[in-house]
Ligand binder design. Structure first.
Ligand code: MTE
Length: 331
């Protein structure tokens, strides 16, 4: 992956995240949960984002409005909405960080079907609306650490992948989960390019125990709103302890497999991008250090460089998944 400078978003366009967080705290307080030391309650919407700014099916907007504030909150400063949605990697729309926001409007996300296939008792092709029926949406504030050594803190809205997978009854042969992004070159211009290094569609995978881990999220929104297209609408994976490239966007197929699945970046350069891709400050990328990261927004005057944490700070919850594994070899 190429390392690029963060986009210079004028400070006048950056709404302080405190507007969002304060409203959220206010809403929690209003229903008395803060006093009890509990999370939960109705999500506050960021005051500065209008409905018209974010596309999305009405039923999805309604479901997101009813999402509850989650338990695994981070107290770190949220990355402003303008950066989360203006500085992206979504190579289907181009290789510059600003390309996804500039071009992803062309993506049609409604209707949207997801195929559930492979080692499950109940395979099938499901409308997103049916897939989400009965699932409780909640907010989870997670750090996102890109392999390129920048990071953000994002309030996602979604549900546990485990809750989804259980419904389709994985068989005893299900050892991995393979994910595939939409292939639609007429709406995703880079999929037409003959120069592209990625063999489309973009694909990713997890081991079954990683997929079933309670931290593993399927996101449909962020900042209390429907996911903007550039962030992987209408459905993306978020695996907060792994490098961002594992968090595949705009998913159309979820297949449970017996063998370790094909994954796009490790297929391009297996010495640089492993299947596991756990955030690990002790194992450098062959071309740069992974010991530190630029927490966005960052600039020349305020680089905002911070140490990278093992498993991106989620070691307490996930280190056990890898006990006995040599993480230098299985990076
Ligand atoms: N998913 C698809 N389909 N295509 C991509 O190019 N980029 C990945 C990941 N998911 C990518 C993708 C990378 S490298 C990162 S760091 C994250 O998305 C970025 O997510 P964000 O743009 O929402 O911050």
């Amino acid at each position: 992956m190429l390392i690029r400078r963060p986009t210079d978003i004028p400070s006048s366009e950056i709404t302080p995240e405190s507007v969002y967080r304060n409203r959220r705290e206010f809403m929690r307080g209003a229903i008395g949960l803060t006093a009890l030391g509990l999370s939960g309650g109705v999500l506050a919407k960021p005051a500065h984002i209008t409905d018209a700014e974010v596309a999305g099916a009405p039923w999805l907007k309604n479901q997101i409005s009813a999402a509850t504030a989650g338990k695994a909150d981070s107290n770190e400063t949220l990355t402003p909405y303008q950066h989360v949605t203006g500085y992206n990697n979504f190579y289907e729309f181009g290789y510059d960080k600003t390309d996804p926001a500039a071009h992803a409007d062309s993506l049609t996300t409604d209707p949207w079907k997801v195929e559930i296939a492979g080692e499950v008792n109940k395979p099938g092709s499901y409308n997103l609306e049916d897939l989400l029926k009965g699932l409780t949406l909640e907010e989870r504030i997670y750090r996102l650490r890109c392999v390129e050594a920048w990071s953000m803190v994002i309030p996602w809205i979604g549900f546990s992948l485990a809750d989804l997978l259980k419904r389709f009854e994985p068989t005893s042969k299900a050892k991995y989960v393979a994910f595939t992004t939409l292939m639609r070159p007429e709406e995703m211009p880079a999929q037409k390019s003959r120069l592209s290094t990625i063999k489309w569609p973009y694909r990713e995978g997890l081991r079954m125990d990683e997929a079933m881990h309670p931290l593993t999220l399927m996101a449909v929104g962020l900042y209390g709103k429907v996911l903007p297209n550039q962030n992987g609408a209408p459905l993306r994976l978020v695996v907060p302890w792994k490098y961002g490239f594992k968090s595949i966007k705009s998913i159309v197929k979820i297949e449970l497999t017996e063998e370790q699945p094909y994954t796009s970046w490790s297929a391009i350069a297996s010495d640089e991008y492993g299947f596991y891709a756990n955030v690990n400050p002790q194992v450098d990328h062959p071309r740069w250090s992974q010991a530190q990261e630029r927490r966005l927004p960052s600039g020349l005057l305020r680089p905002n460089v911070i140490p990278t944490q093992m498993f991106n700070g989620y070691a307490d919850q996930v280190a056990g998944l890898y006990s006995g594994m040599d993480l230098r070899k299985l990076y």
